[in-house]
Design a protein around this ligand. Structure first.
Ligand code: TXD
Length: 319
């Protein structure tokens, strides 16, 4: 069986890390694309030269030509500009919208059958723009944010409880970051929900609230520390989990920015919800009952995504 082909559009911090992880996990051959000449070629060569040491097999090609994405099975998009300290994700909208239009056209031309994962911020609006610009079916275009947000939540919880990260599950809904809606009653340690753990004295409600806030601010915390860019290891790992579920038809249940057509009372936009990812792309949207507080948080998140999409439509009325 031929190897899968994975196109990475954007060869910056996340793009380079993605290429490394795809190689280490032997998910397929990699085409690393960027408009900055030399960077995708240099990173590809450097990574390829690490493969004999670590013992993995993949072809890596750096390019500035969309043609090289021809026939890609998966395309992961990180192209654009990241945040600097003090900037919100929404400040990136104008620049990154133009990038999504170019990248969408390139994918439509050369990789129309690909499963496309958007990472570029502001995520929920950019994945909408990418799907619109590419014209690919909505179930084949998703945004990565929830896997990262829930992984941050899981890590903080595991640290608080002093248990393995593997045994902590977290359920998050809504937009990326500030408007993220964590659902403690569906987040567990080995199946025991967080509210029960509070009752059992494993932590206090106050500490749990602090962890939730730290999760919401998880991106900003790292931007503040790095000063010259945003998080890239955990975002790359999160997108690779989504790509792997598609390529291996694992049917994992992962929180992703998915196109809603009536689910949760939302129509025509992308918002973070749990979905099943398999060979068909987004095969199912998991719709759960929300209580009043959860619904209020989710609605707020939806309103903020709608605002961003309206801003996109003003900047690019042809989208
Ligand atoms: O959870 C999430 N979704 C995120 C999103 C978590 C962390 C970071 N997130 C966003 O991902 C971040 O706000 C940025 O919008 C993207 C990419 O972050 P990264 O840290 O990889 O940014 P870099 O290092 O600046 O890389 C971006 C690359 C850079 O090499 C540019 O030259 C390239 O994108 N770029 C382009 N490539 C192709 N085509 C076009 N038009 C283009 N414009 C810039």
């Amino acid at each position: 069986m031929a190897r899968s082909k994975i196109g990475l559009v954007g060869a910056g911090q996340i793009g380079g890390t993605l290429a490394h992880l795809v190689g280490l996990k032997e998910l397929g051959d990699v085409v690393l694309f960027d408009i900055v000449d030399g960077v995708p070629q240099g990173k590809s060569l450097d990574l390829a030269q690490s493969s004999p040491v670590d013992g993995w097999n993949a072809k890596l090609k750096g390019t500035s030509s969309y043609e090289d994405l021809e026939g890609a099975d998966v395309v992961i998009v990180t192209a654009g500009v990241p945040r600097k300290p003090g900037m919100s994700r929404d400040d990136l909208i104008g620049t990154n919208l133009k990038v999504m239009e170019q990248v969408g056209a390139g994918i439509a031309k050369y990789a129309p059958d690909a499963f496309v994962i958007c990472i570029t911020n502001p995520l929920d609006a950019m994945v909408w723009a990418l799907q619109t610009a590419s014209g690919l079916p909505a179930e084949k275009v998703v945004g990565m944010a929830g896997v990262l947000d829930s992984s941050r939540f899981r890590y903080f919880l595991a640290d608080e409880f002093n248990v393995s990260v593997e045994d902590v599950t977290a359920f998050v809904l809504g937009g990326h970051g500030d408007t993220m809606v964590p659902l403690p009653r569906y987040s567990t340690v080995a199946g025991v929900p967080l509210p029960d753990l509070v009752k059992m004295g494993w932590t206090s409600q106050e500490k749990l609230d602090q962890i939730i806030q730290r999760t919401r601010d998880g991106g900003a915390e790292i931007v503040g520390l790095l000063k010259t860019g945003s998080a890239f290891y955990a975002p790359a790992a999160s997108a690779v989990a989504m790509a792997e579920s598609y390529l291996k038809d694992k049917k994992r249940v992962l929180p992703c920015a998915a196109y809603l057509s009536g689910q949760y009372g939302v129509d025509g936009i992308y918002v973070g919800v749990p979905v099943v990812i398999g060979a068909g792309g987004v095969e199912r949207i998991v719709e759960i009952e929300l209580d009043a507080a959860e619904k209020a948080g989710f609605d707020k998140s939806v309103e903020s995504v709608k605002g961003l999409i309206a801003a996109c439509k003003t900047i690019a009325p042809n989208l």
